[in-house]
Design a protein around this ligand. Structure first.
Ligand code: ADP
Ligand code: ZN
Ligand code: MG
Length: 483
């Protein structure tokens, strides 16, 4: 093993986000996923001669929103360019993209590291482009081509080489996804390919200013795989350098099954795209007025929401981070607060009980049975000492099968806590009379026996006794038997 601590990694990510528009970027074909192959196509996206592209305004809108959310400068004028290459799933033999004059430049986002520190990661540029079709290779000796995806709008987000570890890359990607989904412009699903990430990786000795030769790693289809692939590549480069070998600039593909990297066939990466401005498309102009309109339509973004949760609800950073990790979860949490003002309890119920069920059942929050208002009501029932926390969990489980009001469940099932000391005292006397030896044990100093009595009493009252009252009464009753 080599001494890897001398080195630091330098990483820049190129992220493609599929935009949630109904129609394609340059024609009115549907972007619907899962349609019959080659059914969402027309002369424009099939690249027929003589057809002309017309830009979808929503694509510009979405990209400007992302640019604004990531602190970019929005260029008033940007240009579409043709990126020329041949590939069977690219019928025009060029991809319309942006090259020298992209729509958004010079932004940044902030990541929060495990140790609590924050780091700004620069965003070089964000540009608009069209997706290619899909080659499907599982037909024996044949490859079939589905052009439904051809012309689907993509946004490419290119980072500065500011990332220094696989963990930072993971956090950066997670933050990007969070922003995209808060803006509701991309569903952020890496497994389904609506978010794709290529990682450029090099290493250098710590303290060195110059960058090393970079290797591009592609084909990771989950956040964890991005992290793993980057770790693997950093290791590979360090081993090469330690062995006195050179890093060759190349593209590697991640194989998730083998958890390893393999070179792409070199022909496929011989790049000479001969970019030139697309003569069929006008420059894109984003007026100051339009930009401001979009700026005013921005929702509250995750960083800001997190700060507000910490300040307004006095939540720990950890809670605020989890509760704002997705827009839906943050909205669910705040809906609880329309019913109760016990912020911390609301946070606890969401972070433990609600998320536990969602993770266990692998469901979406949308499909979670219990309404946030009912969680709020449940918290109030505990705080008003109408039910104990233990009973509340039973009511919660009950609500999982039927989203009934917890108040009604508590009444129907007669779960109201017994705080009436008269009734409890009677039960306690019965239990103490029935267990004289344990009473003696307690009185001779074995205070732990009290747990046994509490257990007996809870059994007798089917868990409905108010635990605080029980403890006080038990001690009084036991002490009174000293004489
Ligand atoms: P190319 O010309 O190969 O497209 P770019 O300079 O456009 O390269 O950068 C592409 C991506 O690679 C960016 O995300 C950038 O931050 C990153 N990058 C550039 N140089 C390095 C390097 N030496 N090591 C790691 N990442 C790099
Ligand atoms: Zn079309
Ligand atoms: Mg480049």
């Amino acid at each position: 093993m080599s001494d890897s601590s001398k080195y630091e990694a330098v990483i820049g990510l190129e992220v493609h986000a599929q935009l949630k528009t109904n129609t394609k970027i340059f024609c009115s074909c549907s972007t619907k996923f899962g349609s019959e192959p080659n059914s969402n196509v027309c002369p424009v996206c099939l690249g027929h001669p003589g057809s002309l592209p017309v830009l979808n305004k929503k694509v510009v809108e979405f990209t400007v929103l992302m640019g604004l959310a990531t602190n970019c400068t929005i260029n008033e004028k940007s240009i579409f360019a043709r990126k020329n290459y041949f590939y069977p799933d690219l019928p025009k033999n060029y991809q319309i993209s942006q090259y020298e004059e992209p729509i958004c430049v010079n932004g940044f986002i902030t990541i929060e590291k495990k140790d609590g520190s924050e780091k700004k990661i620069g965003i070089t540029r964000i540009h608009m482009e069209e997706d290619a079709g899909k080659s499907i290779h599982d037909f024996g000796n044949y490859t079939m081509i589905d052009l439904n995806r051809t012309g689907t709008p993509l946004m490419e987000i290119v980072s500065e080489p500011d990332l220094r570890s696989a963990e930072e890359a993971y956090l950066y990607l997670t933050k990007l996804k969070q922003i995209l989904t808060y803006l509701d412009i991309c569903d952020g699903n890496m497994e389904e390919g609506s978010l794709r990430c290529d990682a450029n990786i090099s290493i250098r000795l710590k303290g060195e200013k110059k960058f090393g030769t970079k290797v591009e790693v592609k084909n990771m289809n989950s956040f964890r795989n991005v992290e793993k692939a980057i770790e693997k590549e950093i290791e590979r480069q360090i081993d090469l350098i330690e062995d006195g070998k050179e890093i060759i600039q190349q593209t590697l593909l991640w194989n998730a099954d083998l958890e390893d990297l393999f070179p792409m066939r070199s022909k496929e990466e011989a790049h000479d795209y001969r970019y030139f401005p697309d003569p069929d498309l006008m420059p894109v102009v984003v007026s100051e007025e339009w930009k401001n309109e979009l700026k005013n339509s921005l929702p509250e973004l995750p960083d800001k929401k997190k700060k507000r949760f910490i300040e307004d609800y006095k939540l720990p950073v950890y809670d605020a981070e989890i509760l704002t990790s997705s827009l839906k979860l943050s909205e669910y949490f705040e809906a609880i607060l329309t019913v109760t003002d016990d912020y911390k309890s609301a946070s606890n119920w969401v972070m433990t009980e609600v998320l536990k069920i969602i993770n266990e059942q692998k469901i979406d929050l949308n499909d979670f049975k219990i309404s946030p208002e009912n969680i709020g009501e449940l918290i109030n029932l505990i705080n008003q000492k109408i039910i104990s926390h233990k009973i509340a969990k039973d009511v919660f489980n009950e609500m999982l099968t039927e989203n009934k009001s917890p108040k009604i469940i508590v009444e129907e099932k007669n779960l109201i806590q017994i705080s009436d000391s008269g009734e409890l005292e009677k039960e306690i006397d019965k239990i103490l009379d029935a267990n004289p030896k344990d009473v003696q044990d307690y009185l001779s100093g074995k205070e732990k026996v009290i747990g046994f009595f509490v257990g007996q009493l809870m059994k007798a009252t089917k868990g409905k006794a108010n635990p605080q009252t029980v403890n006080e009464l038990l001690k009084q009753k036991l002490e009174s038997r000293r004489r």
